[in-house]
Each structure stands twice: as structure tokens, then as C-alpha cells.
Design a protein around this ligand. Structure first.
Ligand code: AMP
Ligand code: GLY
Length: 447
């Protein structure tokens, strides 16, 4: 088969890497891609906001299957355009992207469908928003309705900060029209978890659990980013919690979507907070998370082309996924200035040494090859990913690999996975960590 991947980040590198390993893949293309993806696939230029350009490219390449990574082409309606033209594509329709692109819409949907989430109110009037603050204790969470590249959510610790945030979003238009409406919600305490499923609209295939690290600095300090690292480890979930997430959140969400006329096909991402009252939804994303994709796909032990073909054909229920039981950890190396304006054009050294280490894969995001040198071109540059027998071994290996790589101004977190490791080793001990029981899984098998 000829496969086309759309996107240019670490997630698309992980997808291209895994898709290339399939026996079914004859040719693999990625548009626009990056330097690392260029080692797995032929990279071609494309405008990810222009569905007819992406359709022309797929037709020209005679692609048998197209896989969409980021949100922008989905929101532009690339899936609708491909389906109308009779081309096979994996991803949700433009209408379904509202679950990610409008927080007001997503929260109102959760409320209508009885899906556990933080108590909230929504408004498009500044004065009403100020009044609404009185209904919430501090800290209080203010969310801009629209997409804001990680800058649209503020957990305000004081009334002044809350009012200032509302003023920035609604009156000063700091985020443009994304802040015209806001969600104000109670702050939830607990542990965050990324729970992602692949669905063909009928069956679901849950991926192993993962955890993102959004703030820029160690100990979750500094501004939020697209994600500075993630790990995937079965110990994040026990059997009971997994069943609760499926029963109270995943199934009602998909049933609600279907009843409201949205046939969701592709990856659906549940950003959760595991509170003492159980799991609650912080947000939906209509795609695979980045950087969660890197450690998750590192653990995949079966044919991804088969899974995507089944997703397109609506036969996912007949398939199982096989995962390595070993955890994987991804540490993002970012440019100076990120998440603001990154300083780019720096030469990267040592990435080849890192990649030659056992159990390590270096996924690229903002990179280009120029005169035989690897050069930085964006905010998030590399996602160094490693697996290990257990979380401690994976963490050790990933940081050993990171220590080989350098570029001027390189910044990264030193504590990816550390909190979970400390908690599990302190409370449970390695041998008593709950493992998912293969026999009890639907569409999921561990090997
Ligand atoms: P979101 O884009 O809605 O996932 O929010 C970004 C980040 O803000 C989340 O990953 C959480 O760390 C934090 N956050 C969002 N909503 C809440 C909430 N209700 N309580 C506590 N933290 C939150
Ligand atoms: N890692 C969260 C996201 O992809 O938005």
C-alpha cells in the first residue's frame, strides 16, 4: 500500500516510523514532514490548511490510505474532502473538531450527556464573567473558548489574577477571537492522565495510558507548553479505574456524539483528572496527543497499517492491538525562547549517538538537514524516547540519551516521569503495581 501521513511534528515522525515497519507498506510519504521523518518517508511540501491541495497530493501519489496527525487539517475539513472524493483517510470530520476547538461546546456537551467534568459556567459577556467568579472558590480555572496554542487556560490563584485574565481574554483580545467566550470552572485536584482511543465509530481500541508534562519547567512550574515530555506506563491505571473511565466517560462520549449526528472516526483523546471522586474530563482532543504519541507508539507491537485500514473500513472490532508491557518515556528538547518565539537555526550534535543506544528512538519535530548538518527550525525540536524494563530504567535510559545531544539554548525538563515513579515506588513497590490482565481486555492484548 502507498501511505501518506499529514503533519510535521514528533507525533507524525512516530506514526511514519511505525507505519514504515508494516509488511503492507510499499511506499510511505509525509507532507510536509521534517528531517527525521525524511529518514522514514519521502517528504513533500503541502499547505495543511488547504484540503484541496492535500487531495491533489494524495491523488498524485495514488495514496491508498492517508493518516492525519495535527488538528489544523482536520479543522479545515480534509477528511470531508477526501471522503467526498472516495479516498481512504483516517481522522474525524471537520464537524467533529468542535469537541477540541470550542471549550464552551465541549463543556456543554459533557453537561448534556452527564459526563463527569469540573463544575463550570460559560459566558461571552465580560461583566457576567466577573460576577460568575463569585460562584467559585480559589484557585479558579479560566479557559478561552477557542484554540490558543496552550495559552488559553489559566489556573488563577487570586481574584485579581482571575479578573486580569478575563480582561486579557475578553476585553484586550490577547488571544484574538479565541477569547470572545470563556469557560470558568472549579479547579480539580488529582493526577492527570491522557486516555486515548482509536475508534471506527462502532468499536474502540484503547491505547495504553500516558501522562503529559505541559508546564515548561521542572516541578510543573513556568508557562504551559504543547508538552515537554510524556510517558506511557500501565501502572498509571488499575483495572477498576480503566473500567470506570470506559463506562462513565469514553462510551457515553461516543454514544452522545453518534446520537448528536457525529460519526467519530480516528483518535479521540480524553484529557482527564483522576480526582478523589473519580475521573473527570478536562478536555477532548480529536487527535493523537503530541508528545504522548511517541512513547505510546514505541510500545506498539503490531501492524499499524492494519489497524488504520480497519478504522477506515469500520472493522476495528475484529482487531486486537499488542503492546509491550515495558514503559516508555519521551523527553522533549526545545529551543531557547519556547513556548514564546523560539531562537532557531542552531546546529544539533550527538543525536546519532543517542539513537544508537539500546531501546532509544529520537523523534524529530522542528528540524531540517542543511549542508549535512541537523539544524533547529522550531520550538519543540526533538522528542528523545526510550523504553526500559520498568519506569526507572526507561527514565535512566532516556536521560542517558539526552546527555549525548546538544544545541545552543537547548532546554528540557529533568523530571519527566519522576513524580509517578516516586509515587509508585513509595506507595506500591514495583512488584505490586497493577498490571492490566490480558484476558480481561477488549480489543487489547499485552505481549
Ligand atoms: P486543557 O487545555 O483544558 O486540558 O487545560 C490545560 C491544562 O490546564 C490541563 O492539562 C491542566 O493541567 C490544567 N487544567 C485545566 N482544567 C483544569 C481544572 N478544572 N482543574 C485543574 N487544572 C486544570
Ligand atoms: N499533549 C497534549 C496535546 O497534544 O495537546
Amino acid at each position: 500500500m502507498k501511505i501518506l501521513v499529514l503533519g510535521s511534528g514528533g507525533r507524525e515522525h512516530a506514526l511514519s516510523w511505525k507505519l514504515r515497519q508494516s509488511q503492507l507498506t510499499e511506499e510511505i510519504y509525509c507532507a510536509p514532514g521534517n528531517a527525521g521523518i525524511g529518514q522514514e518517508a519521502e517528504c513533500l511540501p503541502v499547505d495543511l490548511s488547504n484540503p484541496s491541495e492535500m487531495l491533489d497530493l494524495a491523488n498524485r501519489l495514488q495514496a491508498d490510505l492517508t493518516v492525519v496527525g495535527p488538528e489544523a487539517p482536520l479543522a479545515a475539513g480534509v477528511v470531508d474532502v477526501f471522503e467526498k472524493a472516495g479516498l481512504a483517510i483516517v481522522g474525524p470530520t471537520g464537524a467533529a473538531t468542535r469537541f477540541e476547538s470550542s471549550k464552551v461546546f465541549a463543556k456543554q456537551f459533557m453537561h448534556r450527556r452527564g459526563i463527569p467534568t469540573a463544575r463550570f459556567t460559560t459566558t461571552e459577556k465580560f461583566d457576567e464573567a466577573i460576577q460568575a467568579l463569585k460562584q467559585f472558590a480559589l484557585p479558579v480555572v479560566i479557559k478561552a473558548d477557542g484554540l490558543a496554542a496552550g495559552k488559553g487556560v489559566v489556573v488563577a490563584r487570586t481574584n485579581e489574577e482571575a479578573e486580569q485574565t478575563l480582561d486579557n481574554f475578553m476585553r484586550r483580545k490577547a488571544l484574538g477571537s479565541a477569547g470572545d467566550s470563556v469557560v470558568i470552572e472549579e479547579a480539580l485536584a488529582g493526577e492527570e492522565l491522557s486516555f486515548i482511543v482509536l475508534t471506527d465509530g462502532r468499536s474502540i481500541l484503547p491505547l495504553p495510558p500516558s501522562q503529559d508534562h505541559k508546564p515548561l519547567l521542572d516541578h510543573d512550574e513556568g508557562p504551559n507548553t504543547g508538552g515537554m515530555g510524556a510517558f506511557s506506563d500501565d501502572a498509571l491505571l488499575d483495572e477498576g479505574l480503566r473500567a470506570e473511565i470506559l463506562q462513565r466517560i469514553v462510551h457515553p462520549t461516543l454514544a452522545g456524539m453518534t446520537e448528536e449526528g457525529v460519526l467519530f472516526r480516528g483518535f479521540l483523546y480524553f484529557g482527564l483528572m483522576i480526582t478523589h471522586e473519580g475521573p473527570k474530563v478536562l478536555e477532548y482532543n480529536v487527535r493523537l496527543g503530541d508528545p504522548e504519541a511517541q512513547p505510546i507508539l514505541m510500545r506498539l507491537r503490531c501492524d499499524l497499517v492494519e489497524l488504520f485500514s480497519a478504522t477506515h473500513e469500520g472493522t476495528l472490532g475484529a482487531h486486537e492491538a499488542h503492546w509491550s508491557p515495558n514503559p516508555a518515556v519521551c523527553v522533549v528538547l526545545a529551543s531557547q525562547g519556547y513556548p514564546g518565539k523560539p531562537v532557531v537555526g542552531k546546529t544539533i550534535t550527538g543525536y546519532d549517538l543517542a539513537e544508537n543506544m539500546g531501546g532509544v528512538k529520537v523523534f524529530h519535530a522542528g528540524t531540517v538537514f542543511k549542508d549535512h548538518q541537523l539544524i533547529t527550525t522550531g520550538g519543540r525540536v526533538l522528542g528523545v524516547t526510550a523504553t526500559g524494563e520498568d519506569l526507572a530504567a526507561a527514565i535512566q535510559q532516556v536521560y542517558a540519551a539526552v546527555s549525548k545531544i546538544s544545541f545552543e539554548g537547548m532546554q528540557y525538563r529533568r523530571d519527566i516521569g519522576a513524580k509517578a515513579f516516586q509515587r509508585h515506588s513509595g506507595l506500591l513497590g514495583r512488584s505490586s503495581i497493577n498490571r492490566v490482565d490480558p484476558a480481561a481486555q477488549n480489543s487489547q492484548k499485552y505481549c
